[in-house]
Design a protein around this ligand. Sequence first.
Ligand SMILES: C[S@@+](CC[C@H](N)C(=O)[O-])C[C@H]1O[C@@H](n2cnc3c(N)ncnc32)[C@H](O)[C@@H]1O
Length: 271
Amino acid sequence: MKTQAPDPTKLPPEVNREVPSIARVCDYFMGGKDNFPADRAAASAVEQVFPQGKQLGKESRFMLQRATRFLVQNGIKQFLDIGSGLPTAGNVHEIAHETDPEVRVVYVDNDPIVLAHARALLADNQTTTVIQADLRHPDGIFEHPDTLRLLDFDQPVAVFMASILHHLDDEDDPWAIAAQIRDRLPSGSYVMITHFYDSGDERARDVEAALVKGGLGSGWFRTADQIARFFDGMELLEPGVAAANDWRPDDHTPRGSDTHHLLAGALGRTT
Ligand SMILES: C[S@@+](CC[C@H](N)C(=O)[O-])C[C@H]1O[C@@H](n2cnc3c(N)ncnc32)[C@H](O)[C@@H]1O
């Protein structure tokens, strides 16, 4: 899907261009055009201490795409992509439909700009939709009429939370939220997470400070143990919680990347 620079006259009124938004900063790091000066200023504060921000964004996307292929090849036909971000190249439905055009995908984001762009791009798509909802309130996601229209929770579902849980503070108890989501899923479902990784790389704390204090207000680096706790009560597939580029790499996965130890990924299955 192609994105163009935002047309201010077509933006939903709740979009505040003066305050950086995670979705638009993320779009900047993906090389997109759906961002404003406030977003670029927040991104620039990060780039000053961590010029490889764009690389990290790409590596999260690559893992999401590898996980999508793996899951479709293993018979998964339904995806719930929470914190989907602004549409970019290689979205879940595009990757999944290369193998199985009947796969159904619900994208979820709490940023109104995501809803506006994705709705326009998905207008004629029968298998894919986007809803505006908040990860901190899973009931609003699972009980949304559009979720229930497309997804059958008597059948396995893959839930993606790529580069979103690190935007939830410890005070939000993201572990309890992950557990609520797990409890909603039938046996044989999957949860895929990518997350900023505190692997002992000394840059982690500096990047975290730039993200948290540089205007975004969040972007927490967590250890492998903390990330593994998101999968409590689930079976972690090999190789467990790993650097994202070490998670079932393919021919396109970066090797020897400078950001290798700063992003973790894992895939769990419900029992
Ligand atoms: C860093 S982007 C990741 C986009 C995409 N998942 C990826 O990996 O390329 C994080 C996205 O999560 C969304 N987000 C942040 N907090 C959220 C929340 N509490 N509920 C729903 N979406 C949220 C942001 O609006 C943003 O679009």
